[in-house]
Design a protein around this ligand. Structure first.
Ligand SMILES: NC(=O)c1ccc[n+]([C@@H]2O[C@H](COP(=O)([O-])OP(=O)(O)OC[C@H]3O[C@@H](n4cnc5c(N)ncnc54)[C@H](OP(=O)(O)O)[C@@H]3O)[C@@H](O)[C@H]2O)c1
Length: 296
């Protein structure tokens, strides 16, 4: 049986550490502040935004919500973001995606000041990651790294395989794991990869981020591997009151018998993503006030 890496427990530890850091900052007259922009009424986005604001509250970070109607124009949205860019009391800006149809997400990402880009999506911050000098790391990849670090899993010299090459998850994880300090030998797989199972079964560390429920089966995993499941997928399950349940991209019940470490879904990478947004917001407040980054 494998050892479970619990994102619930690790994110709670990080949030506790942040609470103390925020108290120290407040004693210096600095109140970290995150502006959260939501456009339209997508129910999943409303839940994500609510959870982010609740975590801010728990840690002592001020959150300012801007809920805009789905008829908001690109210009109105970007004017709001420019106002937030110019407001010294706002340290971090998050615009919840996906945006309603007709609005251009790339243009919004480019409008957010790289100094306040706590989601780590701006090309300037992605470029710093590629240069091996990360500033804001996008929250899910950052969460994956913290899970490895806080579980004392060494990546140096290890064969890491990342399943998925999205700009949000797969690509930054692969870049970070291959950078100095993490020092893994990284292979990136995608929908055109030949003989995928042959590649994944060589992995000491396997990161699954493809968005296909229970795709990674026992046969695709090396015995004793570390398996990090980024996927969040809802599948039908008539035995549940809701008629469905969440699963990852890994067939957990099969793979847990073979892996040395594995993350669950839910309760794995998901809670880490919000915790790392909080870390980025506190760091934004620190950097904007001439302080060094947190030692997380
Ligand atoms: N835990 C969290 O907080 C969190 C955050 C973000 C995302 N997620 C979850 O993570 C998963 C991935 O998200 P994403 O945004 O990276 O998804 P995405 O943008 O759809 O990217 C999926 C990637 O998987 C690859 N892929 C698709 N089918 C494949 C196959 N059969 N074999 C090999 N590779 C395949 C795609 O390859 P191509 O490039 O060739 O198309 C693509 O690179 C989703 O389940 C999402 O819900 C979780």
């Amino acid at each position: 049986m494998s050892e479970l890496i619990s994102g619930k427990i690790i994110s709670a530890q990080i949030n506790d550490e942040l609470r103390q850091e925020v108290d120290l900052l407040k004693a210096k007259g600095i109140e970290p502040c995150l502006a959260v922009v939501l456009v339209g009424e997508d129910p999943a986005s409303e839940v994500y935004v609510r959870n982010k604001k609740r975590t801010c509250e728990e840690i002592g970070i001020k959150s300012i919500g801007h809920n805009l109607s789905k008829t908001t124009t690109q210009k109105e949205l970007e004017t709001l973001i420019s106002t937030l860019n110019d407001d010294p009391a706002v340290h971090g800006i998050l615009c919840q995606f996906p945006l309603p149809e007709g609005l251009d997400e790339t243009s919004v990402i480019l409008t957010i000041s790289p100094e306040k880009d706590v989601d780590g999506l701006h090309p300037f911050n992605a470029g710093l990651i590629a240069m091996g000098k990360p500033r804001f790391i996008s929250c899910t990849p950052y969460g994956v790294l913290q899970m490895l670090k806080r579980s004392s899993i060494s990546t140096s010299g290890k064969n890491a395989v990342v399943l998925g090459r999205s700009n949000l998850v797969g690509r930054p994880i692969a870049t970070l794991l291959s950078s100095k300090g993490w020092d893994a030998t990284v292979t990136v797989c995608h929908s055109r990869t030949d003989d995928l199972a042959e590649v994944t079964s060589q992995a000491d560390i396997l990161i699954a981020a493809i968005g296909i429920p229970q795709f990674v089966t026992e046969k695709m995993v090396k015995k004793g591997a570390v398996v990090i499941d980024v996927g969040i997928n809802r599948i039908d399950d008539p035995s549940k009151a809701k008629g469905s349940r969440l699963v990852g991209d890994v067939f957990f019940e099969e793979v847990e018998a073979k892996a040395a470490f594995i993350t669950p879904v839910p309760g794995g990478v998901g809670p880490m993503t919000i915790a790392m947004l909080m870390v980025n917001t506190v760091n934004a407040a620190r950097w904007q006030n001439g302080l060094a980054e947190l030692n997380i």
